[in-house]
Design a binder for this molecule. Structure first.
Ligand code: 3PG
Length: 390
């Protein structure tokens, strides 16, 4: 692909697609700025090269053609204004042209308000392309979507290139998955085997050890013939769990933390019990790895050369259920291995224990990270490759 860093942008209008899809709390405060912070070096680099900078992104999943304030990028623009020396403003009507001077940043309002965005509509893509001299795809987190602002625009822009963040993400993931230093350990947590089955399959072919956490681990605990009581698990996926165990070294919880509190009573000081996975009672629910299992994973991570982490070991949002995830997360942070982490929950766990600086690479991708791991082609990257060849 053509790289933004190789282009002369002086006096050019540059349209940068970022993934500024950040999480908010109920009071509309941004709860994690990781994605914006990761985009800032790209914006600064374009400004330093003398460009007028247009930035576009989606936020959430609004209905096309309907403006809704909760999906506005205005809080992101306010944050960018604090972080950048250049003036930053929000443009709501931009499809027929937008004025931007060199040294200025204009953020285009949520691209998913535009009719035709999701369908990768050609007319919309051409309008976006007409806004710029150079289109920069930098939104790794949205590179798995073939939409007008990620794919269509790249087809029609005068020049289409990859931004530094996108390049960095692809390099880091390529390093972890392409020809990794062994032993390679993947840690896949989350609630369901079914939603991560293709990822587990892909990892089973690459890694030396596959560690599963959360509800995924529970299905493996059940596959070993244990009672899992009220735990989240998928009985119909036990054969898949068995198949994975037959072909790969899979580590799952052999001791667990359980609770008898119902979901609506969960709190930071919910009462838990620690026991062997074989001793779970019918009225209990597994909510975390037990200490022995967590220590075992920590030891595996310590001896690894490459660690890929996606998903927690338990319901870490509640302190009472977070010890297993904490032990594993800290082991990853302390490991000498090349460590790479991605996914929304994983980023939240990294934030909870403030470990971002200790992970070799924290990806901004959620779905894109998983699709890359699965070996799928990212359409927004593919079009850049095609344009570079043409
Ligand atoms: C994400 O949060 O994974 C990306 O921003 C993509 O969002 P989407 O799943 O709504 O396309």
């Amino acid at each position: 692909v053509i790289k933004m860093t190789d282009l002369d942008l002086n006096g050019k209008t540059v349209l940068i697609r970022e993934d500024l899809n950040v999480p908010f709390d109920d009071a509309q405060n941004i709860t994690s700025t990781v994605r914006v912070d990761s985009a800032i070096p790209t914006i600064k680099a374009a400004l330093e090269k003398g460009a007028a900078v247009l930035v576009m992104s989606h936020l959430g999943r609004p209905t096309e053609g309907e403006f809704e304030q909760v999906y506005s990028l205005s809080p992101v623009v306010a944050y960018l204004n604090e972080q950048l020396d250049a003036p930053v403003r929000l443009a709501s009507d931009y499809l027929d042209g937008v004025e931007a001077k060199a040294g200025e940043v204009v953020v285009l309002e949520n691209v998913r308000f535009n009719v035709g965005e999701k369908a990768d509509d050609e007319a919309l893509s051409k309008k976006l392309a007409a806004l710029c001299d150079v289109f920069v795809m930098d939104a790794f987190g949205t590179a798995h979507r073939a939409q007008a602002s990620t794919h269509g625009v790249a087809k029609f822009a005068p020049v289409a290139c990859a931004g530094p963040l996108l390049v960095q993400e692809l390099d880091a993931l390529g390093k972890a998955l392409g020809n990794p230093e062994r032993p390679v350990v993947a840690i896949v947590g989350g609630s369901k085997v079914s939603s991560k089955l293709t990822v587990l399959d892909a990892f089973s072919k690459i890694v030396d050890t596959l560690v599963v956490g959360g509800g995924i681990s529970n299905t493996f605990v059940a596959s070993a013939g244990n009672e899992v009581g009220n735990s989240l698990y998928e009985a119909d996926l036990i054969p898949e769990a068995q198949r994975l165990r037959d072909t790969t070294e899979v580590v799952f919880a052999t001791d667990v933390r359980t609770t008898r509190d119902g979901f609506s009573d969960w709190s930071h000081d919910s009462k838990t019990e620690t026991k062997a996975a074989s001793e779970v009672q019918a009225d209990e629910e597994i909510i975390d790895y037990g200490p022995e299992s967590a220590a075992r994973v920590a030891e595996i991570v310590k001896n690894a050369k490459t660690v890929i982490w996606n998903g927690p070991c338990g319901v870490f949002e509640f302190d009472a259920f977070s010890k297993g995830t904490e032990t594993v997360a800290k082991a990853i942070a302390e490991s000498q291995a090349f460590t790479i982490a991605g996914g929304g929950d994983t980023l939240a766990a990294i934030d909870k224990w403030d470990l971002a600086d200790k992970i070799s690479y924290v990806s901004t991708g959620g779905g894109a990270f998983l699709e890359f791991v699965e070996g799928k082609e990212l359409p927004a990257v593919k079009i850049l490759q095609e344009r570079a060849k043409a």
